[in-house]
Design a protein around this ligand. Sequence first.
Ligand SMILES: NC(=O)c1ccc[n+]([C@@H]2O[C@H](COP(=O)([O-])OP(=O)(O)OC[C@H]3O[C@@H](n4cnc5c(N)ncnc54)[C@H](O)[C@@H]3O)[C@@H](O)[C@H]2O)c1
Length: 321
Amino acid sequence: MTETSAATSAPTSTPLAGKVAVVTGSGQGLGLAYAQELARRGAAVVINDVDQATADAAVASIVDAGGKATAVVAPVGSTETAEALVKGAVDAFGGLDILVNNAGILRDKSLLKMTDEDFDLVIQVHLRGTFTCVREAYRYFKENGVAGRIITIGSPTGQYGNFGQTNYAAAKAGIVGMVRTWALEMKKAGVTVNAVIPVAATAMTKTIPFFEKAVEADEAGEAMPAFFRHDLGFGTADDVAGLITFLASDDAADITGQAIGAGGDRLQLFSHPAPVVTEYKEGGWSYDDLAADFHSLAEGNLQKCGEVMPQLPEDLHPKQG
Ligand SMILES: NC(=O)c1ccc[n+]([C@@H]2O[C@H](COP(=O)([O-])OP(=O)(O)OC[C@H]3O[C@@H](n4cnc5c(N)ncnc54)[C@H](O)[C@@H]3O)[C@@H](O)[C@H]2O)c1
């Protein structure tokens, strides 16, 4: 573990002054943007990643900007890492107030090509990693009377399904399911727990051809075309960081159990699954009843799978080949 700190410069407002945050997988990408914004807003931050040099660079970026940060390098998934993260926050900064479960990997393959290892690894990092870290943070919050903030990270894939992402869909839908359960369990302790559904240009999404023109613009230091930022809700990692800091603040003390999307210029509050058709038959529904009635009962209400993407305008199509 490395630790550094420096005098804080004065950002516009610091609602998180005196708070301590852990952000998993914060060496790069969205996690780094979350950690930097939490620090800008006054929190001391524990950076976590699997690579020491990446984690150290993230710490330096915060300290150089006048914030406080330390690094705990360990793979999220196990209880040991979860314990080390809480201990790292307490040892370096005297407590823990905010946990952002962001660490993630992809092992995309269509179902018949997906191996047991592909499945287990993605579940280990995202789903088990979220479970173990939240359990440890909540234990600390309860034992110390902290009205903590927990932010987990879902994905459009978990909300809608996506071709080639069996493992990731299971993990991300599972995370939102756990959030709904934890919101009930944590209410009395005053701890909030929400899922953020981000979309942004990072190492994870940069290679998707659909986003090519947006990524090109971003890498050239230009604004992404409005179609991406507005219609697709696809922007930079920094675009998502404001929502993370808001949910971590006292201003969001009454927001819990929600799934909230952010990307580019777009913000979305997701509904929870709810029945769209409810019908009754005394004695229950037999095969014959369903064969006779199901299609007419469900007509117009069968649900779509997969995110419906708007058509890319001609000039924003990716290059062929
Ligand atoms: N980029 C998007 O559009 C998008 C969309 C939906 C969800 N997400 C989610 O946001 C999170 C961050 O994604 P990103 O796009 O910044 O990806 P990224 O690959 O740029 O960053 C992920 C970081 O997590 C780290 N990491 C991986 N396994 C780890 C482990 N076991 N322990 C600790 N750190 C680990 C990586 O080293 C990396 O630094 C992920 O949970 C991802 O599923 C991203």
